[in-house]
Design a protein around this ligand. Structure first.
Ligand code: FUB
Length: 661
């Protein structure tokens, strides 16, 4: 059995990349398992305008946001009684009883017409499921659902609300003697069990889903009220009825999608309606996708009508990609469009057509966000404009403002890789640090603030991992490996280089020795001290690195500074209680670097280098008693700059008998 991990967001539809119809959700082992049927595009030579379903996958989720696909559990040509290549694996169900999982599914039998219902049995909810050789005797129809009632019995419902008791083995009906003859078109069929929808609105009813709650039995089912299906329900005090019709759970799909099919489940105290719609297949309502909404009961046990939403249920983590086009609400005129009509699984974009247009997006969890959190949004515009993200509503605190600056394609926007290009009408990422950090779960209000329309695909609030902390007043020690982690680092100097092949000794000597700022080789900078380098105003940051290698790339990225084509100056102050002779400076750097101890050049790492511990080692040097100033410059073109530095002794053991101020 293949397990294909799949991460989707909380929104509707809940599964992307494949169609998932007739979603039956069940809670097993504190997780929700979803057993949908699996619409596919009809293979050549089969009816093109009809359902085409050859197998079943099972999915599971602990948060209704991230769904794992456990792969195919039952497939048509491996079920002995199913007519090969009949593509009729319609709506299934799965229940747990007596230590086993029973998966019920309808299909076209090899012998006889119509539909039969089979069982496949497993030890685990995700399978492997072993199909029984024959379908359940006596059942002629589709859409099985098993109700395990508090009277201790299991009842199977199918077709248009037919119901019969199951034997304890869950594979046979307690009584499979026909009870009535039912006409289907001009066919007459012998039917077992009872018709629980007798006398209730039931035109073309199918997909029964029965459950018990608070002493009531609910028989919920799709039927055709006018032209397409609604989800309706009836209640009873007995599993096999008689049932009393109560009303609609969900009205017809607005776009004319003919079917709907559902299940209702309580998970962690909240009721949910799983249903389907053809969101990924707007021109073909035989390819459907599962969606979820919250469902509520009234005090008298009746069910409140549920409206389909784009947003669905679940809480998005702010630091994962949020498809805000699945919004909770929108102002008038907001437009939705597929990103790619040839591959609708790529999702949607939302267009804010004018200044003041907005969408809201509920339930985003900012736990873990901090002042360094930044938002990246995939956006597009035809003219410069801006988007504001606020907390909760239009008067809420501003979380971030996104400026969309676009230029005609082919235009010059500053050269090299310093800036990401953002062309007129093309998707591009805009990143900015957030100005207000929401606490916990909050709703987003996202509005067009500029004079021109803006489109959004997704946004993500990333909090950079902590690579550095501010240096404390107390002196630091080298780490156990002797690595010096306390450095005062200057923000990156703009030093454009398209490749690192230019880093020859002569280039480096020339470029490391030229003056970028006054007192470059003598300064012992304070935290926060500023210097002017050409047109750049740069700040020194006194930091402790969380890792043995000082990640200059992360340092720059965290400050929203340029990360490529850069030169970093680094200074550290070493205080030796005694003179230490015959040590060597051992350095690894990405890319090239040069190092000076007490004003003397001690080491040069030239060429296009990777950061490797002790990549280059200096001749023997002496650390004098008292203060020693170690200075380094690291240069990089397109690479991710970092370095690691330590002193080693004659036996190549780390030197650690000093403090770092
Ligand atoms: O998915 C095929 C059929 O469409 C189901 O069995 C019905 O309930 C309807 O959803």
């Amino acid at each position: 059995m293949l397990s294909v991990p799949l991460t989707t967001a909380a929104q509707n539809p809940i599964i992307s990349g494949q169609f998932t119809a007739d979603p039956t959700a069940r809670v097993f082992n504190n997780k929700v398992y979803l057993y949908p049927s699996h619409d596919i595009l009809p293979p050549e030579g089969t009816r093109q305008d009809w359902f085409s379903m050859e197998d079943y996958h099972v999915f599971s989720s602990e948060d209704l946001v991230n769904w794992q696909d456990h792969g195919v559990i039952v497939t048509q040509n491996k079920v002995p009684w199913v007519r090969p290549n009949s593509y009729s694996m319609w709506a299934p169900d799965c229940v747990y009883r007596n230590g086993k999982y029973y998966f019920y599914f309808p299909s076209a039998p090899a012998k006889g017409g119509g539909f039969g219902v089979g069982v496949a049995i497993a030890d685990n909810p995700e399978g492997p499921f072993i199909p029984e050789p024959e379908p359940i005797k006596g059942i002629n129809g589709i859409d099985p659902c098993v109700l395990q009632a508090s009277d201790g019995n299991a009842y199977i419902f199918w077709g248009a609300g037919r119901c019969a008791k199951l034997k304890e083995n869950m594979k046979e009906l307690a009584d499979d003697n026909p009870k009535e003859i039912v006409k289907w078109g001009n066919r007459e069929m012998e039917m077992v069990g009872v018709n629980c929808l007798k006398g209730l609105p039931n035109r073309q009813a199918e997909g029964p889903f029965a459950f018990e709650y608070n002493g009531n039995y609910y028989l919920t089912y799709p039927y055709v009220r006018e032209n397409t299906e609604v989800l309706a329900y009836a209640m009873s005090k007995n599993p096999m009825g008689p049932y009393e019709y109560k009303g609609i759970i969900m009205a017809e799909h607005a776009n004319g999608c003919w079917t709907n099919h559902h299940s209702i489940v309580n998970y962690k105290g909240q009721w949910y309606l799983f249903y389907h719609h053809n969101a990924y297949s707007p021109k073909d309502d035989k390819r459907r996708s599962a969606q979820i909404e919250k469902l509520y009961f009234n005090e008298d046990g009746t069910i409140q009508e549920v409206k389909p939403t784009l947003r669905g249920v679940g809480i998005n983590q702010a630091n994962s990609r949020i498809d805000v086009d699945r919004y909770s609400s929108a102002s008038e005129g907001v437009e939705l469009a597929y990103l790619d009509t040839a591959n609708t699984f790529r999702g949607w974009e939302v267009k804010l057509p004018k200044k003041g247009s907005y969408i809201t997006y509920n339930d985003v969890d900012f736990t873990g966000a901090n002042a360094r959190t930044y938002v990246t949004a995939n956006v597009k515009a035809d003219k410069n404009t801006s988007i504001v993200i606020r907390e909760n509503n239009k008067n809420g605190k501003v979380i971030a403002r996104l400026n969309l600056k676009v230029e005609p394609e082919g235009g010059n926007n500053g050269g090299m890789m310093m800036r990401r290009r953002s062309y007129v009408g093309q998707w591009h990422a805009v990143t900015t640090t957030i100005s207000h950090v929401p606490k916990g779960v909050t709703n987003l209000y996202i509005a067009c603030e500029g004079e021109h329309p803006a489109s959004i695909d997704w946004m993500q609030f990333k909090t950079p991992p902590t690579y550095f902390t501010s240096a404390t007043a107390a002196p630091a020690k080298p780490d156990a490996g002797g690595f010096i982690r306390r450095w005062t680092i200057l923000e990156p100097i703009d030093k454009p280089n398209r490749s690192n092949t230019v880093f020859t000794d002569s280039y480096l000597r020339e470029h490391f020795n030229m003056e970028y700022f006054p007192n470059q080789f003598t300064i012992v900078p304070e935290d926060g001290q500023r210097v002017k380098v050409g047109k750049q105003r740069l700040t020194w940051h006194k930091l402790d690195s969380e890792r043995f290698n000082v990640k200059l790339f992360r340092f720059a990225d965290g400050l929203q500074k340029q990360i490529y084509g850069v030169l970093f100056w680094n200074v550290t102050v070493i205080n030796c209680p005694e003179e230490i002779k015959d040590v060597r400076l051992a350095v690894g750097s990405n890319s090239a670097s040069m190092w000076w101890l007490n004003g003397e050049e001690v080491l040069l790492l030239s060429g296009d280098r990777r950061m490797v511990k002790d990549d280059a080692v200096s001749p023997r040097i002496t650390l004098k008693k008292g203060i020693n100033i170690l200075r380094g410059a690291v240069i990089n073109g397109p690479g991710m700059s970092d370095f690691c530095v330590r002193f080693i002794n004659e036996n190549e053991k780390p030197v650690t008998e000093f403090e770092i101020k």
